[in-house]
Design a protein around this ligand. Structure first.
Ligand SMILES: *Cc1c(COP(=O)(O)O)cnc(C)c1O
Length: 438
């Protein structure tokens, strides 16, 4: 029986979410619209199977078909990225990174070195509250004052701290990463270089961002951001990685199972295989390059409206706006934008004087709206809406005390939800999204 009959409550909620995704400008840079084919693979009988182990080496019977599916995903990923080893079983990006640490590091002894979250790194890159910062020693590096990577400072820190793994690849960084430089730094101190390209994988396979393959030992990535697949992750080892440690693949396999996980999600593996096929088609190259063109066009237009962008612009898929010069707060702005049907996330800015729940900035990106077919012309229009919305909420000063802030946000939300100007923009946004069906 269909979902609408078995569970009308869940069915209705899914339909509501579908409508929301259709009617808004989805501009959270880690989100995208997976294809119908990817979603079709997810909703299949593959979800019924247990297949602990790896192709041809399973602990359960009945895995002939699953073996073929997993091998197909592995082979497609190897070919697309040009690497000799891939593990497709990590359930998402965070477990993938955790598995790499588990494979290579001795807890409480070995050190990792990643970018701090305040500078745009990920939780799993050594944050004290994350397993990566609690089980392992962690030395975090920061961006330079100009919002760029300071390679000389990173090298100095690596020489001093002697990390076993250096991590590059970020969550909120709008510029090109010089993987070659990172490779040299890692080699100099004898560290593994792990490139976590979760955010930029789609750009890397499209040739719109340089690839880390020649320089990194290990590459991890989610499959659901710019790659446009299902939620999931890939862990890859490069030729360079095998030269440093011929046993690296086996160590990672065994860190995933029995180290960290049980059975893989086979429906997810199949959907990853589908996404990898889509990403190897010529149309995907065009898509990747258009993401960057759109991001650059949007950045340029935002600057014209007086917005202050981290590092002064963007050359990937993502933009960070520091709203301090506009006298606006990130949490307030993100809510007002949502009323206007534009969905972004609030984000810390460099040396943010505010706490992470009420940060001074917002983070936005072009992957999802580019999937809908929007181009530079639409970006100019969108920048205008940002300007109008932020104009509406500037001088909405957050109180200093915590409790007062909660009250303030509550009454602000009620007020903003009825604001005529914001609702007018919401209407215009909806009209635009109708021209670019999902
Ligand atoms: C999104 C992201 C991850 C992890 O993703 P989840 O799938 O949410 O666990 C890891 N690293 C980076 C750099 C990311 O941006």
């Amino acid at each position: 029986m269909g979902l609408s009959k078995t569970d009308p409550q869940v069915y209705k909620l899914i339909k509501e979410e579908e409508k929301r995704q259709r009617e808004v400008l989805e501009m959270i840079p880690s989100e995208n619209y997976a294809s119908h084919a990817v979603m079709e693979a997810l909703g299949t009988v593959l979800t019924n199977k247990y297949s602990e182990g790896y192709p041809k080496k399973r602990y359960y019977q009945g895995n002939r078909v699953i073996d073929e599916i997993e091998q197909l995903a592995i082979d497609r990923a190897k070919k697309l990225f040009g690497v000799p080893y891939v593990n497709v079983q990590a359930l998402s990006g965070s477990p993938a990174n955790t598995a790499v640490y588990f494979a290579l590091l001795t807890p409480l002894k070995d050190k990792i070195m990643g970018l701090s979250m305040a500078s745009g790194g990920h939780l799993t890159h050594g944050l004290a509250l994350n397993i990566s910062g609690r089980f392992y020693k962690s030395s975090l590096y920061e961006l330079g004052k100009d919002g760029q990577l300071d390679y000389a400072a990173i090298e100095k820190q690596a020489v001093r701290e002697k990390p076993k793994i250096i991590i590059c690849g970020y969550t909120a960084f709008p510029r090109i990463i010089d993987f070659k430089k990172f490779g040299q730094i890692a080699d100099k101190v004898g560290a593994f270089l792990m490139a976590d390209i979760s955010h930029i994988t789609g750009l890397v396979v499209a040739g719109a961002h340089p690839s880390p393959v020649p320089y990194a030992h290990i590459i991890t990535t989610t499959t659901h951001k710019t790659l446009r697949g299902p939620r999931g992750a890939l862990i890859m080892v490069t030729e360079k990685g095998f030269k440093k440690d011929p046993d690296l693949g086996r160590k990672i396999d065994s860190a995933i199972i029995p180290g960290l996980q049980g059975g893989p999600h086979d429906n997810q593996t199949a959907a990853i295989a589908v996404a990898l096929k889509e990403a190897s088609a010529p149309a995907f190259k065009k898509y990747g390059h258009q993401i960057v063109k759109n991001s650059k066009a949007l950045a340029k237009a935002l600057i014209k409206y007086g917005f202050d962008l981290l590092s002064g612009g963007s050359d990937n898929h993502l933009i960070l706006i520091d709203l301090q010069n506009k006298k606006a707060n990130g949490a307030v702005a993100a809510f007002a934008l949502e009323v206007a049907n534009i969905v972004v996330n609030k984000n810390l800015v460099l040396n943010d004087p505010m706490p992470s729940f009420y940060p001074s900035g917002i983070r936005l990106g072009t992957p999802a709206i580019t999937t809908r077919g929007m181009k530079e012309k639409e970006m100019t229009k969108i920048a205008g809406w940002y300007s109008q919305v932020i104009d509406k909420v500037k001088n909405e000063q957050l109180p200093q005390e915590k409790e007062a802030r909660v009250e303030f946000m509550k009454s602000f939300r009620q007020k903003a939800a009825k604001n005529k100007k914001l609702l007018q923009i919401a209407h215009e946004v909806k009209a635009l999204t109708q021209k670019f069906p999902v």
